[in-house]
Design a protein around this ligand. Structure first.
Ligand SMILES: [Zn+2]
Length: 89
């Protein structure tokens, strides 16, 4: 089990930016997780996809969809909120 930090947006004149590296974020109503290799992917939270417990633990385990990437971990999302903030809904 690894704990994935929540990324914080940084406003810039060109728009919001995110730090690189392992982390998660809400974006346009979807949960995105970035693996340590910098691959950012949306996760399906529908009944056929992943479930996130109140403490942020994801089931089943998270697998990076990038071809050739070996990231595959049981993860917990730090500072999990089950709903996106209004600006990211
Ligand atoms: Zn990856």
């Amino acid at each position: 089990m690894i704990v994935i930090p929540r990324k914080q947006y940084t406003p810039t004149p060109q728009g919001r930016t995110l730090p690189k590296g392992l982390g998660w974020v809400w974006w346009k109503g979807s949960l995105f997780i970035e693996c340590p290799s910098g691959h950012r992917a949306a996760f399906d939270l529908s009944p056929n996809g992943h479930q996130v417990a109140a403490d942020g633990t994801i089931s089943p385990s998270a697998v990076c969809p990038e071809t050739g990437c070996t990231f595959h971990e049981f993860v917990r999302l730090a500072d999990w909120t089950p709903e996106p903030p209004p600006e990211d809904a």
